[in-house]
Design a protein around this ligand. Sequence first.
Ligand code: ADP
Length: 166
Amino acid sequence: MARKFVRAVFPGSFDPITNGHLDVIERGIKLFDELIIAVGKSPIKNQLFTPQERVQMIEEIIRKRNISGVLVESFDGLTVEYAARKKADVILRGLRSLTDVQYEFQLAMTNRAVAGIETVFVMTSEKYGFTSSTLIREVALLGGDLSNLIPENVHNRLKKRLKKKK
Ligand code: ADP
């Protein structure tokens, strides 16, 4: 019997994308036929890059690494409604630590209760277990070396953006 085509949505703020997110993406594409990286336009979070800039940075990386089966888009509103519009079968999320589990568990249960969609979790490589976009922004602001934690194009854009802000 032919296997069903499985499309996943990986939603997040990606402000900016980190090697931790990329680790999740690279694990995710082995599990699904198509992966949509969905950049959320959060009305609450204080954002450094516009959704367009975040999409652009991710696209550059996908192109450079020659990753296939991946699409990048921005969206606003509810993740589950976006996933339904895209006819996605599952939501992909990454886990770094037990601290993530509590929040992600609640989110996944809510999404299943309101839309019947399942969430698949992958654990990041232990190398990135402590990486978050928030910390990356803070370290960048203080001029720290982030070359092991974010791709080069993101590092360059961060430096430029923070120079403008000072
Ligand atoms: P959100 O604002 O929705 O949490 P993020 O961009 O912070 O968006 O994260 C998107 C997803 O990526 C979440 O599932 C988050 O747990 C996961 N994630 C973020 N950083 C890492 C990392 N270093 N390793 C693994 N997963 C990560």
